[in-house]
Design a protein around this ligand. Structure first.
Ligand code: NAP
Length: 294
């Protein structure tokens, strides 16, 4: 049977592809641009834009299960959710996993109302965010300059999200479930910088900015760092820069139960505990070292 992976070139999609291939599954990896996509040899790479209903028929042809993203370019929620679900149903798709995003679009309600055997994956902050959020600063200055160093989160290794998706797509018993996926431990931002320092054997520091320093430094043109949270909000909600700074201060400064609580759902699905931040950081250590020392 063929399993379709949408968003296959993305952080999570490429992990889903990897785990499915490791399980010996036949994988169709979807991308808008096969010429640019770098995907494992074992995957069939297929071109399709999820916003284009005409291409969906072919994408789902012969597919028994599918991993679905709910967003299109610039991470805007897809308007074509019903088209995607209808194409999947016409093709006789059984199971689908849906990677839940910041905002619900048209896909989620269409999936819930469908006859598909669906499972929603609701991960917290991906560890991969720190490659883009902190990589450059730690390589060049050895410092992360941000507010609220003691803010907590249980970040999850993207490898584990892929493992959960692959398990759900190839196993029975997950229909109608929404899995809140977290890593194995609640960590502070300051603590994560310290862990990266330990695994890279570098003297790395978290330099805490006050909210007023953040407003002063990040609100000027070019002053705002390229943080995943900013990217997600500006892309998903079309929020202006000054508002983004206030949103970030609010989110980092006000812990919320859902974003900081641990769950055991990764282990329940894949039968082993999720990977630790130290394991993830060791695997990506070179990304946090200056080029000469890498
Ligand atoms: N980062 C976090 O901490 C976090 C936490 C929880 C949830 N999330 C959610 O996770 C999602 C992001 O996942 P990700 O990081 O894996 O994404 P990503 O790395 O940004 O990858 C985006 C993928 O979407 C594909 N894509 C975009 N528009 C498309 C279209 N119109 N048709 C077909 N494919 C399209 C891209 O494929 P091509 O470019 O190859 O066509 C690419 O594979 C968001 O919904 C976000 O809200 C993120």
């Amino acid at each position: 049977m063929t399993i379709l992976v949408t968003g296959a070139t993305g952080i999570i999609g490429r992990q889903v592809v990897r785990h499915l291939l490791d399980r010996g599954q036949k994988v169709r990896a979807l991308t808008r641009d096969p010429g640019r996509a770098v995907l494992p040899d074992g995957a069939e790479v297929a071109a399709c834009d999820l916003t284009d209903a005409a291409g969906l028929e072919e994408a789902f042809d012969g597919v028994a299960a599918a991993h679905l993203i709910n967003f299109g370019g610039d991470h805007q929620p897809l308007a074509s959710g019903r088209d995607i679900v209808e194409a999947a149903e016409r093709a006789g798709v059984g199971k689908v996993t849906v990677l839940a995003g910041w905002r619900e679009g048209t896909l989620e309600p269409a999936v819930r109302a469908s006859g598909l055997e669906w499972t929603f994956l609701e991960p917290v902050q991906f560890m991969a965010n720190f490659l883009t959020d902190w990589g450059q600063a730690l390589r060049s200055t050895g410092r992360v300059r941000e507010p609220y160093g003691d803010r907590k989160s249980p970040p999850i290794d993207e490898y584990d999200i892929g493992a959960v998706a692959a398990t759900v797509l190839t196993q029975d018993g997950h229909h109608g479930r929404s899995y809140h996926l977290t890593g194995p431990e609640v960590l502070t931002a300051r603590g994560m910088v310290a862990i990266i320092g330990q695994v890279t054997r570098r003297d790395l520091r978290f330099e805490e900015l006050t909210p007023d320093q953040v407003r002063r430094e990040w609100s000027v043109p070019g002053g705002m760092p390229s943080l995943s949270l900013f990217r997600a909000f500006s892309q998903a909600a079309g929020v202006g820069d000054a508002d983004l700074v206030e949103i970030l201060l609010q989110m980092y400064g006000t812990p919320n139960e859902y974003g900081t609580a641990l769950t055991d759902q990764v282990e329940q699905v894949i039968g082993r505990p999720p990977r630790t931040f130290a394991q993830w950081a060791a695997e990506h250590a070179d990304h946090f070292r200056p080029a000469a020392a890498a």
